[in-house]
Design a protein around this ligand. Structure first.
Ligand code: TC6
Ligand code: NDP
Length: 306
């Protein structure tokens, strides 16, 4: 029998970044160079609110939406990260992004956020719930605070955003569109059980709301990314990162732009009949491999899992 696996929480924290933990994913220069399959002006006159848009997929989605003509509002906790997205879009596209620092765990702050977006742009067409995250750890060792932090962010935070946006759409008699970024949870997520529970909750919440809210012309869909290399990867030990891409049969990592293009599709008129669905973007991982974000335990090494 394996000895209990110990875990030092401080080890993988983003603030521990240093020269030995390099930046991950598409940097701003790479983002600027991405091309898109979509036509110019595809999102003209549309307003998108993207949470967690100070980095990673949210930043890419904000840039692409702005490039396609949308009004873009963003939120996240760290104002400096949000400002980096504002600056990138202004420099690259020439438009102003509305940045509203907001913790999605705070429902009152979300009420203010949704109101601010409506006041500024005169409405909201697509809400992208991308903010979220977790830390890698064997479930048996989760602290109570850690469990609650992940559930509160990924499940409750996403719900507060959805409910507040929908209340406003119903009151205004306007159609709405929600895209929730979740994860690939079909076969569970070892060493990420907290986020697996939260994301599974969001997926089935979304399917339920897609029915309940159809009467107000509000669509709700999810995107389930697999291994997408972003700044968020700094949270994981090198040992795990070295194996992440081996968990899908294509043996590759996706990038933030892949997800941004899927978000743009769901925000476009081409997706008007898609409701209650989950788009998995994982190179086939769901059918095959397993990610061990805290490192593969001895018990699973011998049988060659993933
Ligand atoms: C899965 C593979 C594929 C997925 C990839 C991605 O999603 S990539 C994108 C991923 N991007 C991200 O994931 C980025 C966003 N992630 C986050 O912001 C955090 O991981 C969060 C979701 C826990 C929020 O936390 P927060 O704002 O509340 O900040 P806080 O720091 O105060 O933590 C609260 C408590 O959680 C606990 N705890 C925290 N860390 C660890 C740890 N390493 N170890 C153990 N426990 C840990 C601890 O109990 C802590 O309290 P303490 O002991 O300090 O008093
Ligand atoms: N990269 C991957 O392989 C995968 C990622 N995902 C999920 O996709 C989403 C985007 O991830 P990715 O771009 O990779 O990672 P990042 O860590 O770069 O982005 C997550 C963003 O969420 C924001 N955020 C976190 N907590 C809160 C909060 N309480 N309130 C407001 N904003 C918050 C963070 O900003 P700030 O710290 O400023 O608040 C950050 O900008 C996340 O939900 C992630 O868990 C799912 C599957 C795989």
């Amino acid at each position: 029998m394996n000895a209990p696996r110990s875990f030092t929480p401080k080890t993988f924290r983003p603030e521990d970044d240093g020269p030995d933990r390099p930046a991950r994913g598409l940097d701003e220069e790479a983002l600027r160079q991405q091309s898109t399959i979509y036509r110019e002006g595809m999102l003209d006159g549309k307003t998108l609110l993207v949470s967690g848009a100070g980095s990673g997929m949210g930043k890419a989605a904000a840039l692409l939406a702005a490039r396609l003509g949308a009004n873009v509002a963003i939120c996240g906790r760290d104002p400096d990260k949000l400002q980096s997205t504002v600056d990138l879009v202004r420099d690259e596209v020439g438009t102003d992004v509305l940045a509203v620092p907001t913790n999605i765990r705070d429902p009152e702050a979300i009420e203010t956020l949704i109101g601010t977006v409506h006041d500024h742009f005169g409405g909201l067409d697509t809400l992208v719930n991308n903010a979220g995250g977790q830390f890698p750890q064997d479930a048996i060792d989760f602290s109570r605070k850690g469990w609650l932090a992940v559930i509160d962010t990924n499940l409750n935070g996403t719900w507060w955003m959805m409910q507040e946006a929908a209340k406003r759409w119903r009151a205004d008699g306007k159609p709405g569109n929600i895209v929730n970024i979740v994860a690939n949870v079909e076969r569970g997520m070892p060493q990420a059980a907290h986020t697996c529970a939260a994301r599974a909750g969001v997926i089935y919440l979304s399917k339920t709301l897609a029915t309940e809210w159809a009467q107000w012309n509000i669509r709700v869909n999810c995107i389930g990314p697999g291994v997408i290399e972003t700044e968020g990867f700094r949270m994981y030990p090198e040992e795990a990162l070295a194996r992440f891409h081996k968990a899908n049969p294509m043996k590759m990592r996706g990038n933030a732009w892949d997800v941004a293009e899927a978000i743009a599709y769901l925000a476009s008129p081409a997706a008007r009949f898609i409701n209650g669905d989950l788009i998995i973007m994982d190179g086939g991982q769901a059918q095959w491999g397993v990610i061990w974000p805290a490192g593969i335990p001895d018990y699973f090494r011998e049988d060659g899992a993933a």
